[in-house]
Design a protein around this ligand. Structure first.
Ligand SMILES: NC(=O)c1ccc[n+]([C@@H]2O[C@H](COP(=O)([O-])OP(=O)(O)OC[C@H]3O[C@@H](n4cnc5c(N)ncnc54)[C@H](O)[C@@H]3O)[C@@H](O)[C@H]2O)c1
Ligand SMILES: O=C(O)C(=O)C[C@@H](O)[C@H](O)[C@H](O)COP(=O)(O)O
Ligand SMILES: [Zn+2]
Length: 361
């Protein structure tokens, strides 16, 4: 894929994927806006300045705010600070937010847009692979609290998503690879061609090549198709949560020090081990998970420094707060085969523990 690609999400909005498309951002702010709040990750300060200049040329009045980095942005304190900025600058319902950064920035920016005056438009400008393929698309926005990941949030679809692949040039390799975990997830739940393409790790991680853009576009297409038919996660959308029950527990228990994508990689291994023990899949498919993730340099095991029983107790409690849980019944997205997702509800506690032991480093 060398040219700009536009993927339409339902009848709602475009996801623009291409090189140099940052120049399109201001023109994607919906008509009627007079002011625009640009929130950005610290590393995106220069690009945010370009966006502010663009906005001014477009006749918009920009206010820029640099957020704390990564998960430190996804807090109620940061959101409250931005609500105060919006109030002070007189933002009305037709004014807009632009969020420029990784998934943490787009989650927070989207949440602030969703909550200000009960909802103003947001243009998402993801600067990580993970943000492009997942966080910026689909309208899930939110913040973390001490008790768990993304426990407070709202469904608030963006007005547009602009993925400038040139932004990925500065992305550290570890963050790029972590983003590929969500791409591999899309391969397992829906698009096996992703798994074939991602098996060439060199090509898949080359920001100047053609394979990474194709992987990004394919994963966006999977997400676009799913959220078009089930925005509010009444059923189908749950498949995008593959691997996340264990992943979010790992993130919370580590004090959000794990990269989300790395946690999703281990989370997919956990649920594959659980699915095998529950008779849904065979060892071959578990190994296919391990190989796909390891080829890219993603983690497939979980190291516990200390008491493994105490850690399990903490992880198990965190898994109970997963949004797919109903009552006290844990519900996992699992596979019966590649591209054949199902739900695994209320697996026996011994199987849950056995799958944990299987992923221990
Ligand atoms: N809303 C959703 O549907 C959804 C989907 C998946 C993930 N998420 C959320 O997204 C977050 C993870 O996103 P992420 O992996 O992008 O992490 P992140 O936002 O924390 O970014 C990772 C790191 O990369 C840096 N960075 C960002 N862009 C850069 C660039 N172009 N060059 C150099 N450095 C750059 C950031 O400053 C940060 O340090 C998690 O909070 C996760 O819960 C949300
Ligand atoms: O878009 C979705 O739906 C997803 O589940 C995508 C996930 O990759 C993402 O991490 C999402 O934020 C998790 O949602 P949560 O509802 O489990 O917090
Ligand atoms: Zn995720």
């Amino acid at each position: 894929m060398s040219d700009t690609k536009v993927i339409r999400v339902g009848d709602d909005y475009d996801v623009v994927i291409g090189r140099g498309v940052l120049s399109e951002v201001a023109s994607r702010v919906p008509d009627g806006a007079q002011r625009v709040l640009i929130v950005h990750a610290p590393v995106m300060a220069a690009a945010a300045e370009r966006l502010a200049e663009q906005a001014a040329v477009q006749g918009l009045e920009p206010t820029s705010v640099e957020l704390p980095d990564a998960e430190a942005a996804k807090t109620v304190d940061v959101a409250a600070r931005l609500w105060a900025v919006l109030a002070e600058a007189g933002f009305t319902r037709t004014d807009a937010v632009i969020a420029l950064g990784g998934g943490a920035t787009t989650d927070l920016g989207g949440f602030v847009a969703a909550t200000w005056l009960r909802g103003v438009p947001v243009v998402q400008v993801p600067s990580t692979v993970l943000g492009m393929v997942d966080a910026a698309v689909g309208g899930k926005t939110g913040i973390n609290i001490a008790e768990g990941k993304n426990l407070v949030g709202s469904f608030h679809p963006p007005a547009a998503v602009v993925c400038d692949l040139d932004l990925l040039r500065t992305l550290p390799r570890a963050d790029l690879v972590a983003g590929l975990a969500e791409v591999v997830k899309c391969g397992f739940i829906s698009d096996p061609q992703i798994l074939r393409l991602a098996a060439d790790a060199e090509a898949a991680t080359d920001v100047d090549g053609s394979v990474l853009p194709e992987l990004i576009a394919r994963a966006v297409q999977v997400k676009a198709d799913v959220v078009t038919s089930d925005l509010r996660e009444a059923g189908l959308r749950e498949i995008l949560n593959y691997g996340h029950t264990f992943a979010h527990a790992v993130e919370q228990v580590s004090g959000f020090s794990w990269r989300h994508g790395d946690a999703v990689a281990v989370g997919m291994m956990y649920v594959a081990e659980l699915a095998r023990r529950s008779g849904l899949i065979d060892e071959l498919l578990v190994e296919q998970h391990r190989e796909a993730l390891q080829l890219l340099g993603l983690p497939t095991s979980y190291a516990v420094d200390g008491d493994v029983d105490a850690r399990w107790t903490a992880l198990r409690a965190a898994m109970g707060r997963d949004k797919k849980t109903r009552g006290s019944t844990l519900r996992f997205v699992a596979l019966t085969a590649v591209a054949a997702p199902t739900r695994l509800a209320g697996p026996d506690e011994t199987l849950l523990r056995a799958a944990y032991e299987a992923v221990l480093a």
